[in-house]
Design a binder for this molecule. Structure first.
Ligand code: NAP
Length: 311
């Protein structure tokens, strides 16, 4: 016998969901953790609007299981997968082919089904990152990127298409900085962009901050539920005293909204961009790759994600 209280809870939840049948196509997200992801909210809102009988689920997956899980989901006929922290580079092993962009940056956030139960690896973070910058002219500008992990690779690939003059990568770890520069230097030099890497634990980065036209935070510092009170602003609080009001601040993080770092930007009258548009646009580009439809309801994806952030 199901207790009355839990029955009414179950009924109210099931009423909010669209009906999943034996014909429903499955798509989803693999990462660790995924329980705070907004992707199921915004994807399912998009499918409803598009009239697609599709359902998007977030699935936690340990690194040791990634290859087996991606293989199994292909056999289960999933129509597509998104890949997030910490698997964007390790998932390359599970791909039979890579798109040009994914191959260039050696990072994958989207798997597309291929014949013979294989996957094609793609990266839609690059287009997602560029969307909120489309009205800004960054030709010959100085850009600073903080952090040199998976998303920084997509950011640098995007920046390389904007004719910027100079890129400074600021990180905390000499060896990851060196690997990052080695893997991006060819791409940047082909476009005439110079690159410098700085370890902020060893060098004063104020001169780079002062002269930057655009600064992008690609670290998780400032993200809800991962940071301590002492570390909620990239590079620490003091450094931002020298920030110019002409500098654009772009934080890849979208929760909290705004982050402490973007609050500092507001106080200095800087133009600020948070990570929500990038999240929505990378998701919209994934839907285009999976469904073949060009028209994806980005605004509905964004408003459903915003509503959820406000709860
Ligand atoms: P990642 O591959 O783990 O890279 C994180 C980078 O931040 C690494 O360079 C790491 O340095 C550095 N870092 C981490 N903690 C640090 C600390 N306490 N102090 C200094 N540096 C630190 O992660 P990712 O995939 O690039 O994601 C990074 C952030 O971007 C996450 O918050 C993620 O949610 C966000 N993101 C948003 C979107 C979007 O659509 N809006 C898309 C992708 C990512 P080391 O190399 O020294 O470890």
């Amino acid at each position: 016998m199901v207790p009355e209280q839990s029955l009414s809870k179950f009924e109210s939840t099931s009423l909010k969901m669209s009906t999943i049948t034996g014909k429903t196509n499955l798509v989803g997200l693999l990462g660790q953790p995924v329980n705070h992801s907004l992707s199921p909210i915004m994807h399912n809102a998009a499918y409803k609007e598009m009239g697609l009988d599709w359902c998007y689920v977030a699935m936690p997956c340990d690194s040791k299981d990634l290859e087996r899980v991606t293989k199994a989901l292909r056999f289960l006929n999933f129509k597509g997968l998104n890949i997030t922290i910490p698997h964007k580079q390790s998932v390359l092993k599970a791909c039979n082919k890579l798109t040009e962009i994914a191959n260039e940056i050696q990072a994958v956030n989207t798997l597309i089904p291929e014949k013979n139960n294989q996957w094609i690896g793609a990266n839609t973070d690059v287009q997602g990152f560029l969307t909120p910058l489309k009205d800004h002219n960054l030709k010959n500008k100085n850009v600073v990127v903080i952090g040199c992990g998976g998303s920084a690779r997509a950011v640098v690939m995007g920046l390389s298409s904007l004719d910027i003059k100079k890129l400074t990568i600021i990180g905390r770890n000499e060896s990851t900085l060196n690997i990052f520069v080695k893997s991006t230097i060819n791409l940047l030099s082909r476009r005439g962009i110079s690159i410098e890497s700085i370890n902020y634990k060893k060098l004063n980065v104020s001169p780079y901050i002062e002269e930057a036209d655009l600064i992008i935070n690609t670290t998780p510092i400032g993200m809800n539920n991962i940071n301590t009170k002492q570390e909620n602003v990239p590079l620490g609080h003091e450094i931002w005293a020298c920030l110019s009001n002409k500098t654009i601040l772009y934080d890849l993080i979208y929760t909290p909204k705004p982050t402490k770092w973007l609050e500092i930007g507001h106080q200095k009258n800087c133009f600020t961009i948070d990570g929500l548009d990038m999240l929505v646009e990378q998701g919209a580009f994934s839907i285009r790759l999976w469904s073949g439809f060009h028209d994806v309801p980005n605004e509905i994806m964004k408003s459903s994600a915003e509503k959820h952030l406000m709860v």
